[in-house]
Design a protein around this ligand. Sequence first.
Ligand code: PAF
Length: 279
Amino acid sequence: MKIVHTIKDLQADLSALKAQGKRVGLVPTMGALHAGHASLVKRCVAENDVTVVSIFVNPTQFNDKNDLAKYPRSLEADCELLEACGATFAFAPSVEEMYPQPDTRRFSYPPLDTVMEGKYRPGHFNGVCQVVSKLFDIVKPQRAYFGEKDFQQLAIVREMVRQLRLPVEIVGCPEVREESGLALSSRNARLSDGERQDAARISQILFASRPYAKEHTVEETKRFVEQGIAAVPGLRLEYFEIVDGNTLQAIADWHDTSYAVGCVTVYCGEVRLIDHIDY
Ligand code: PAF
């Protein structure tokens, strides 16, 4: 695997490979890689001739400076994992390389980006679309791989690709969990052992809400999850919404959709964690 830091070097290598007819897949990441990322990379390797994994902690998607400063960074370990997964390139540019001038483009996909994470993290999805569209432009992949863990992000990236008619196929890959049920996230690296146990309760409560939902209303199911999380002293709920999985709009009745998804954001100590479940 080759580690590349500049757009020019990456594009020089890629154009030689594309000239040989090689198909290129891209896995955008912010590093601090874990088994969830590994599953994306392995799928990309299996489905394409060339796999580019970008490792870039994108400042424009952080609305909280403290969160950006504390975001875990581990380039050396990341490259070892990527090598083991069979990636072709790790693309790890600097902030100056990606943003030589401020990116003044604005991306807005209401109502997908006005709810949930969009409401609590203003500007977040604008930053995600800025960097993802730049990466698509730099790499020009045939396919790009995103985790379903970031459920709302995946819906918005798909919408951006649809509206801008970008020539890339978006592949959504299933969420990966620890044995405890905790959804894998780079942010888990910041949890203490005690916090990790509290954090595992999030998915356990979500899973318990699935059979509960079969016998109860949307309202009652929301309360079940909210009260379950409130009962764990180490957790602080930001929101729990039950939405139509396509429009991301809150539903009032199970009959409002055939694809209901519960999306949750919870603080565990200082660490902000997201998860979701389909009903
Ligand atoms: O999901 C992430 O890690 C990031 O939001 C992404 C897609 C790599 C863009 O910075």
